[in-house]
Ligand binder design. Structure first.
Ligand SMILES: [Zn+2]
Length: 62
């Protein structure tokens, strides 16, 4: 039971971290750009995943 909660909380913390980073990127103007190469991330991709940080290419590289 506790392990289940722990996994849940870890996931939530990761989501919050993503949101926090996205907000910071919005304020410094890098939101919507790949963190690895600076290429623009497609609007459709950002709609599907607003905290996305990588372009298609780097996302698939992991
Ligand atoms: Zn990239």
């Amino acid at each position: 039971m506790e392990e289940r909660y722990e996994a849940e909380l870890t996931r939530s913390a990761a989501v919050l971290d993503g949101v926090d980073r996205a907000l910071r990127r919005l304020s410094d103007g890098t939101y919507g750009s790949c963190e690895a190469c600076g290429a623009p991330i497609l609007d459709a991709d950002l709609e599907a995943d607003p905290v996305r940080r990588m372009c298609e290419q780097h996302l698939s590289l992991g």
